[in-house]
Design a protein around this ligand. Structure first.
Ligand SMILES: Nc1nc2c(c(=O)[nH]1)N[C@H]1C(S)=C(S)[C@@H](COP(=O)(O)OP(=O)(O)OC[C@H]3O[C@@H](n4cnc5c(=O)[nH]c(N)nc54)[C@H](O)[C@@H]3O)O[C@H]1N2
Ligand SMILES: Nc1nc2c(c(=O)[nH]1)N[C@H]1C(S)=C(S)[C@@H](COP(=O)(O)OP(=O)(O)OC[C@H]3O[C@@H](n4cnc5c(=O)[nH]c(N)nc54)[C@H](O)[C@@H]3O)O[C@H]1N2
Ligand SMILES: [Mo]
Length: 811
């Protein structure tokens, strides 16, 4: 028995380089049940992060009663994280939406499917027939639906309505991962494999608190660290996260300065001869320009910009430069920070110049965050074209037109797809009049919430929200559609390392809730979308048919799924794409031969200027003659769009705790997780706190040019001058009479990366003031994770108690 709230990572199973990661099967069954009480186990994988932990769902009396990890799976070998173990309880929550709701004046009232869909279709027809046509529609979807649902939505948007205004919350999440891989390697698609952890001799974590966010991947890293010949570890993060505390070297950079750091590291690596001249010559372009740019970042300049010791920059360069099998992971500390795509590409550069790609242990994970973000991108539900096709390549559009049997001009491709922040801007300006939001909660997760609420509440904007609960966003909708979720519907999704899993239906959804796929297909039927021959555009009736159609769409593209079937996904491990007739067991690593996806006829983009985002044309791209070589992109450091000043003297950054997922619609309804981190807190460095007269637990006001919130102070290991807020806390479980603002995004800025268009959640200027004395009661921050207080602070440890007892064993 293990309390997995008190011990999120469980027991160590150490192993050595090249060995197989030992099995450890984790399980949690509620209410003291044991295996004999379970009627059936149904195969699935986790939807509370991008790791892809494979699990079985335990069912008794038609309800979910627990979960266990799947020992056969290549990703987790049986392990589960705390959210995986306890999060499923939200499915059974009594406040699930069970019927559609429609707006009646200032109220939402219960209705039926015909009425709700009837309203959406009537509005759609009016808009489609009126001035502006397809330009009036905006779709904002998720990284948490299934592949089949995204593909159906993508076809509705692109071939049915013909609108370019479609994006996912993946824009907030992994747009930069996609943009950086497109820019460096030609297309999206992770080069590495999780088994690189088994082989590497050094791990660099770039703005990635993997211990709290891909907890099972961290277990794998920790098990290597506790075994023979452990890998060295470098952490780049302004906070003393568990990763930073474990690392051999921690660079606590000032947030917003990543590019200066990586440029400086590249300079040292090149000057000290730690690069692979042959690999550079044979497989890359842009080395001379890279040398010219990074030459401007000697250690002392990096130290000044990033506020880290110059000697540590040199030590980090040595750690990276002398490793033989380097594994890098990159996530939100880069993607949501200043110069996101440029900084993520700089990590790619580091691997390319050292030839550290495409072989065991030498891997890059440009991480995903959400469980199915990879599929949003692959299927084009983020506005890109399905199959990682290039919107500027006419023959790619023609392929899709043939596949869907529609006119080429129906498919929007005259300009880049509209990104999420621009969709909200169009809604604000009134050109978008119908906004359909599925499986995301922008009234908590987008920057500058006062503005987002104002937009969603506009009387001339018809808002459809498809969710499990009456969220902060759903409250502002005109129609609310009750979705069925994980465990209640069947579909597939793909992890960071391209492993495809199936998630089978285990139980019926509550009330009249429906799978998102059924909702989208119902809309297509009611709208009567037709193909070029006057036949129904969409004839699918269930997920497996959509999957089969998707396989055809993916054929010949990097994400080729043609060798995968539902049957093959059932019973064993997940399978990594590309999976074809020639490679029936999938593909462990990409670019093993040093040939990249940069061929002009194959690539996903003709490229952008990484400093400004300006798009290059096809002739400009062809003139570069990439011949399968990767691009080394180099960019100079520019300060963040917002820096501290007299009124707002501190830097804000935001992020996550191990116990909560996003806006907490699921984890806030799982008692063990909720109790471990029940309310917002603000992390302060003890020196800043002393200067401001703030002690542990004091009530603090944090304000920016956008708004203000209140939170209790946690004094911990964050760098001086910086404050951190978890962004999880909206108001769903607050007393309705007391809606004191507490969401981090009341403060964040409306600004985005010029290339990936990912919003800047990690840098804003704020003022911090003490509002009330905490009288010695500590803040609600967990004592585990980035918010861990000093050992002598006297804060009681975060524990789960008997209710959190899970098991770990050999099977
Ligand atoms: N428990 C939990 N796990 C999750 C999720 C969750 O909500 N909860 N969400 C999932 C999703 S969708 C995502 S996208 C991932 C996110 O996973 P992560 O990226 O690991 O999570 P974050 O906490 O957003 O940010 C990571 C770190 O970036 C640091 N940071 C902030 N600014 C900077 C900077 O300018 N430079 C650098 N180098 N570091 C900086 C922060 O201090 C933080 O520790 O997690 C996934 N897993
Ligand atoms: N300040 C700050 N803001 C951030 C971030 C940050 O680090 N800092 N991170 C950003 C990132 S990386 C992300 S990914 C976003 C996440 O932001 P959101 O996507 O807004 O967060 P969630 O709470 O996961 O919202 C998902 C919604 O979908 C619903 N849902 C879940 N499953 C299903 C389903 O099967 N069907 C339907 N119809 N609905 C479902 C859930 O109930 C929930 O309301 O937040 C972003 N915002
Ligand atoms: Mo994310």
């Amino acid at each position: 028995m293990v309390d997995r709230i008190a011990e999120p990572w469980g027991e160590r199973t150490p192993y050595g380089p090249g060995d197989e990661w030992p099995v450890r099967v984790d399980r949690y069954l509620a209410d003291g049940r044991t295996d004999v009480d379970v009627d059936r186990w149904v195969q699935s994988a986790s939807v509370l992060h991008s790791n892809g932990d494979a699990m079985d769902i335990g069912v008794a009396d038609g309800r979910i009663v627990g979960v266990r990890g799947r020992a056969v799976d290549r990703i987790n070998r049986g392990r589960l994280d705390p959210k995986d173990l306890y999060g499923w309880q939200a499915n059974n929550s009594p406040d699930r939406l069970t019927r559609p709701l429609v707006r009646d004046g200032d109220r939402l009232v219960e209705s039926d499917w015909d009425t709700a869909m009837g309203r959406i279709v009537a509005r759609s027809r009016d808009l489609l027939d009126g001035p502006g046509g397809w330009g009036r529609f905006g779709f904002y979807t998720s990284g948490q639906l299934f592949l089949e649902e995204y593909y159906a939505l993508g076809v509705i948007g692109k071939a049915g309505l013909g609108t370019p205004h479609m994006d996912g919350n993946t824009r907030l999440c992994t747009a930069t991962a996609a943009a950086a891989m497109k820019a460096s390697f030609g297309t999206d698609g992770q080069p590495g494999s999780y088994t690189d952890v088994d082989h590497c001799d050094a791990i660099a974590l770039w703005g990635h608190n993997v211990a709290e966010t891909q907890t099972v991947l961290w277990m794998r890293m920790l098990d290597r660290r506790r075994g023979p010949n452990p890998p060295a570890m470098l952490a780049v993060d302004p906070r003393a996260t568990p990763v930073a505390r474990e690392a051999d070297l921690h660079l606590a950079v000032r947030n917003g300065t990543n590019i200066a750091l990586v440029n400086g590291l590249l300079r040292e690596i090149i000057r000290r001869g730690w690069y692979d001249r042959d690999y550079v010559d044979a497989h890359t372009m842009g080395f001379e320009e890279l040398c010219r740019i990074v030459d401007g970042y000697p250690p002392q300049r990096v130290a000044d910009i990033c506020d880290v010791p110059a000697a540590d920059v040199e030590r980090a360069a040595e750690l990276l430069g002398t490793s033989q099998r380097l594994l890098s992971t990159v996530l939100q500390g880069f993607y949501q920070s200043n110069q996101a795509t440029a900084a993520a590409c700089a990590v790619n550069n580091l691997h390319l110049v050292r030839g550290m790609i495409g072989r065991p242990g030498a891997g890059i994970y440009q991480m995903n965050g959400q469980p199915t973000a990879q599929n949003t991108r692959e299927t084009g539900a983020d506005g890109d074209l399905p199959g990682l096709r290039n919107w500027a390549n006419t023959s790619h559009i023609e392929e899709l037109a043939r596949l869907w049997n529609v006119e080429v001009d129906t498919i929007p491709h005259w300009a880049p797809p509209t990104h999420a922040m621009q969709i909200f801007r169009y809604a604000e300006q009134g050109s978008i009049k119908l906004l359909w939001i599925s499986a995301t909660n922008p009234a908590v997760s987008l920057p500058d919430l006062a503005r987002i609420r104002r937009i969603l509440a506009k009387p001339d904007l018809f808002v459809v929200v498809q969710d499990l609960f009456l969220t902060e966003t759903a409250e502002l909708a005109d129609v609310v559609l009750p979705g069925a979720t994980w465990g209640e519907k069947t579909g597939t999704f793909t992890s960071v390392d391209r492993t495809v899993h199936i998630s089978d239906k285990a139980v019926d959804p509550p009330g009249e809730a429906k799978p998102d796929l059924d909702i989208f297909l119902d809309y297509a039927r009611r709208m009567d979308f037709r193909d070029r021959d006057g036949q129904p555009l969409i004839r699918w009736t269930g997920p497996e048919e959509v999957f089969e159609a998707w396989k055809e769409c993916s054929r010949g593209r990097p994400c080729d799924y043609t060798g995968i079937t539902y049957a093959r996904l059932r019973g064993g491990s997940g399978i990594q794409w590309p999976c074809t007739e020639e490679h029936p067991d999938g593909t462990e690593r990409l670019y093993t031969d040093g040939v990249f996806h940069t061929d002009p006829d194959y690539c996903e983009t003709y490229g952008q200027d990484l400093a400004t985002g300006a798009e290059f044309t096809e002739p400009e791209y062809r003139a570069k003659e990439p011949n399968g070589r990767a691009f080394l992109h180099s960019v100079d450091y520019q300060p963040s769009p917002e820096v501290p000043d007299e009124d707002h003297p501190m830097l804000l950054t935001t992020g996550r705790t191990v116990y909560q997922f996003h806006t907490r619609t699921k984890t806030g309804r799982a008692p063990q997780l909720d109790r471990a981190a029940p309310d917002v807190w603000v992390e302060l460095n003890p020196a800043d706190a002393e200067r401001l007269g703030i002690a542990e637990g004091d009530l603090v006001g944090v304000s920016s040019a956008r708004g203000g919130i209140q939170a209790r102070a946690r004094l911990c290991g964050i760098r001086p001058g910086v404050v951190f807020l978890p962004f999880h806390y909206g108001y769903f479980d607050q007393d309705p009479a007391d809606r004191t603002p507490r969401a981090a995004n009341e403060l964040t800025i409306t600004a985005w990366d010029p290339v990936s268009k990912q919003p800047l959640f990690k840098v804003a200027a704020v003022a911090v003031t003490k509002l009330a004395d905490g009288r010695g009661v500590p803040s609600p921050a967990p004592t585990i994770g980035g918010s861990a207080p000093p050992a002598d602070a006297g804060v009681p440890a975060t524990v789960g108690g008997p209710a959190a007892e899970a098991t770990s064993g050999k099977e």
